[in-house]
Design a protein around this ligand. Sequence first.
Ligand SMILES: [Zn+2]
Length: 432
Amino acid sequence: MGIWDAQHETMDREQLRALQLERLQAAVGRVDERVPFYRDKLTALGMEPGDVRELDDVRKLPFTTKNDFREQYPFGLFAAPMEEVVEVHSSSGTTGKPVVAGFTRRDLDTWADLVCRVAVMAGVQAGDIAQVSFGYGMFTGGFGLHYGLQRAGAAVVPISAGNTARQLQFMQDFGATVLIATPSYALYLAEAIQKSGTPEAFKLRLGMFGAEACSEEMRRQIESRIPMRATDNYGLTEVIGPGVSGECECRNGMHIAEDHFLVEVVDPVTDEPVADGETGELIFTSMTRECSPVLRYRTRDLCSVTTEPCACGRTLARMGKVVGRTDDMFIISGVNVFPSAVERVLFAIEGIEPYYQIVLQRKGALDTFEVQVEVTETIFNGWMDDLRAFEKQVTEQLRSALLVRPKVKLVEPGTLERTEGKAKRVIDDRPR
Ligand SMILES: [Zn+2]
């Protein structure tokens, strides 16, 4: 498979560090000059842009959190005058004011290039017909993939999210070869294709999944239903949207566009950097954005990053799967539990469908932890005694992995809610 931007994607790491330092210095100078929020933060730390003399000086810079974006809503963090802004996006803001990001013409160009890299890395070529089933609108996923896929030479079908019947009709009639969706919606579509009676009428060969974590088990579940190669990519509005990183043909981590985003992995409690390959919180500094540059954004995503060489020839560091978020972890009976750990256990058990939901409630002084799991027809309609034994087996496997015992409830296939966007795996009804 080709490499879109060989000059940067296969850059010697020493040269890369020199380019990063130059770009970091420019970015710090820009926010100091144009964003009062950052100027105040730097002043409070007794810092000037000239204090960034080497790359490790990034650690002296202030962090930026989601809360900072909310407090600066809507345009407080913009570093470009409105005359230069040509597009504005925002996150969904389900829990407070949304995060807003602006793009200048050059930002849009950079964005298209970065998403194009990810698309080409995944295997997109001219001649591909790419169905974008991400929501268009304020969400960066739809437009970001749209621009990047066009640059890669694909014919983009901007169908957006929802209306599964129409998705399937166009996918079949247009002969879509590439699908862009969240992994949970991709799984739902794959199931629908399987049940359509004419799965051979579909030409999908490649999936580019993002906007939520796609575990290896989830990938297997999708690929077992339709003959498609599923790839993972990563991005977030605060940093740019999609285009931050993506999988190459080796599928052993996602190459980060380090020439644009300086990555750090820190211990979320001490903020100290962790060793190469160790898990910690991902921190990104965007070095080339004109309108919405960000210093040391705390993603709350936990994962590892390695600079070990990759067989594809790219020298850019690779990040592993996001194994959890510092804020979606929940505590039950004093034990920290990540929903991704529940998923890993469940998806590896034969007889379980890839749909589950975690329900947390409080009864009196006690928290209850229930995991509702869909099982296959065969298991559900089998002997009651077998069903009980299966339930016990699932409970035991979860207990041994999580160190806390859930109440497992096996439900009929098709019972749990299917989503056209991000799956909501945890329902926490406990009073705050
Ligand atoms: Zn690679």
